[in-house]
Design a protein around this ligand. Structure first.
Ligand code: ADP
Ligand code: 5GP
Length: 199
């Protein structure tokens, strides 16, 4: 993918089960050079998840240390676990002039907006509430009680779509991936490139 003249930080958010992971995987299949931040989490790995690839799986003490050392760009508690974006790799990526993508939940997206006003916030929306419920259940990775917690949270997240710079409806993975690629490569004002100014 041709990089925009100035590197931009893009945040993709949206309710659990909407298809963020699926759409990002499709974007990276087409454009392997799209760089995705690897978050730290206290959640246990799901079958097939690899430490350092899907997440950095850490315990509570390590997560506390990351916060204390100001090592996270943002972090949030989500459905009983903590998740956060290690700041150093994002800074390094943007400083090299290349775009960076975060896939995080709403509270984290709001923190990025407050800390990095030039970041582009993209909301991935389901075509309908019924589609969201069926995708979350269909993934089968959480027990029903956890799915229920995620759906309660999803309702609040859907209400926040208006806070985002762009909304992409995930009716079709290929079409949604096209739209996300266009947004990733859209020119920005470039102030994040001068990320050293924030440190
Ligand atoms: P998220 O990362 O937002 O939690 P996932 O990427 O894990 O969501 O997707 C949740 C489920 O929905 C998965 O089973 C995935 O295959 C399915 N899915 C994703 N996008 C679509 C789509 N456009 N149409 C139908 N099913 C989808
Ligand atoms: P999951 O447990 O399904 O992998 O992720 C649960 C939620 O946490 C998803 O909405 C995902 O986008 C979000 N998430 C993943 N990494 C981060 C992160 O670093 N920060 C924040 N705030 N949310 C994250």
């Amino acid at each position: 993918m041709a990089h925009a003249p100035t590197a931009r930080l893009t945040v993709l958010s949206g309710p659990s089960g909407v298809g963020k992971g699926t759409v990002v995987a499709e974007v990276r299949r087409r454009h392997p050079d799209v760089w995705l931040s690897v978050s730290a989490t206290t959640r246990r790995p799901r079958p097939g998840e690899v430490d350092g690839v899907h997440y950095h799986f850490v315990d509570d003490a390590e997560f506390d240390r990351l916060i204390a050392a100001d090592g996270l760009l943002e972090w949030a508690e989500y459905a009983g676990n903590r998740y956060g974006t290690p700041v150093a790799p994002v800074r390094a990526r943007l400083a090299s002039g290349a775009p960076a993508l975060l896939e995080i939940e709403l509270q984290g997206a709001r923190q990025v907006r407050a800390r990095e006003p030039e970041a582009q916030l993209v909301f991935l929306a389901p075509p309908s509430w019924a589609a969201l419920v069926s995708r979350l259940a269909g993934r089968g990775s959480e027990p029903p009680a956890v799915q229920e917690r995620r759906l309660v949270r999803a309702q609040a997240e859907l209400d926040a779509a208006g806070e985002f710079d762009a909304v992409v409806v995930n009716d079709d993975v290929s079409r949604a991936a096209d739209e996300l690629v266009s947004l990733l490569t859209a020119p920005s004002s470039g102030s994040l490139r001068r990320s050293g100014a924030h440190e």
